[in-house]
Ligand binder design. Structure first.
Ligand code: ADE
Ligand code: ZN
Length: 354
């Protein structure tokens, strides 16, 4: 439990989440439950003892050695999702938790290629997640955006397949209000940095907002490549601090980094939370939001991440106001919603500044 004096303020501060993988919200409990319901066998505990029990799996999550070590569990975990309702329930459960944590706007990732690769229909995945988003908007008053991620461990042809299917179905049409942007994720170092050059050029020409996981494990050249390909936001981006010129450019252009502190510690991108470059970003006017990434795997949702940052850096209400305001201003939402959310932040800051 967070011990900081700002805990109540951080809870009530209106937050935006820009970096959470819906499949990363699958808890060990839900993995075992859905495996039984959907008759999708989990790995044999004789060869992989992590799958002996919910407790064993939870405990294994405390010992990830790298991004790729985690991804093996993440892709295995999502194999229990079969029906449209599984995807909808997963999204809905996340939004309920997000709302309780004080999130007012959430931009959420999903990995359709991985589901299609194991035989699940594109429409089951997308309809399920879209339904979850719409229900959150109706019943919780959240605004939501759904971001389709291409994955870097599968061939480009697979990403092209899902992209073409989404285009054919009209899912990227602004009026359809279904899928609002494209990102890339999964393994960083290894595959060609610019593997999605052609697809990003096509999406950019259509005006689809683009983001990309870069600078998590990879050096700053992964970030500059993502920008060159058309990303207007960078997911993680913590290794930006190694290139001061690029950091200056990102600050000047107002590009948002979606930082995930607890994830960075669990995946050993940093040794401890105080090594996440929060202070450096604040000092260099780099805009960033704070996010949970894969909360079911990394031991914390957004508020846990806010609290962990507060415990490590002892930020002021003024610092938090700036983080919250930048999060709103860089969200992929219209002006009217931004004004509404900025007003709520102002109200909260006034209440706790007395
Ligand atoms: N997919 C889910 N979580 C991820 C992460 N932290 N980095 C890259 N791809 C991911
Ligand atoms: Zn991520």
């Amino acid at each position: 439990m967070c011990q900081t004096t700002l805990h109540e303020f951080l809870h009530n501060l209106p937050k935006c989440e820009h970096h959470v993988h819906l499949e990363g919200c699958l808890t060990p409990q839900l993995i075992f439950q859905l495996a039984q319901k959907n008759n999708t066998p989990l790995p044999d505990p004789a060869t992989n003892p992590a799958y002996e029990s919910i407790e064993a799996l939870t405990s294994r999550y405390h010992h990830f050695t790298s991004l790729d070590d985690f991804l093996a569990f993440y892709f295995q975990g999502m194999s229990v999702l079969i029906h449209e309702s599984d995807f909808e329930d997963l999204a809905w459960n996340y939004f309920v938790k997000a709302s309780k944590d004080g999130i007012h706007h959430a931009e959420v990732f999903f990995d359709p290629q991985v589901h299609m690769d194991r035989g699940v229909e594109y429409t089951a995945v997308v309809n399920g997640f879209v339904n979850g988003c719409k229900r959150a908007e109706r019943e919780l008053g959240l605004s939501t955006r759904l971001i389709l991620c291409f994955v870097r461990h599968l061939p480009v042809s697979s990403a092209r397949g899902v992209y073409e299917e989404a285009l054919k179905k009209g899912d990227f049409e602004v009026d359809a209000d279904r899928v609002h942007g494209i990102g890339w994720s999964s393994t960083e170092v290894g595959p060609p940095k610019d593997m999605f050059r052609e697809l990003y050029a096509s999406a950019k020409a259509k005006g689809i907002p683009l983001t990309a996981h870069a600078g998590e494990e990879g050096d700053p050249s992964y970030i500059s490549t993502a920008l060159e390909l058309g990303a207007t936001r960078i997911d993680h981006g913590i290794r930006l601090v190694e290139d001061t010129q690029l950091m200056k450019r990102i600050a000047e252009e107002g590009i948002l980094l979606t930082v995930c502190p607890l994830s960075n510690v669990r995946l050993r991108c940093v040794e401890s939370l105080d090594q996440v470059p929060i202070r450096t970003f604040l000092d260099n006017n780099v805009k960033f939001s704070i996010n949970s990434d894969d909360p079911a795997y990394f031991g914390g949702y957004i508020l846990d991440n806010y609290c962990a940052v507060q415990e490590a850096f002892g930020l002021s209400i003024r610092d938090w106001r700036r983080i919250a305001e930048d999060s709103v201003k860089c969200s992929w939402i219209g002006e009217a919603r931004k004004v509404e959310l900025l007003g709520r932040i102002e109200e909260c800051v006034m209440r706790y500044s007395k």
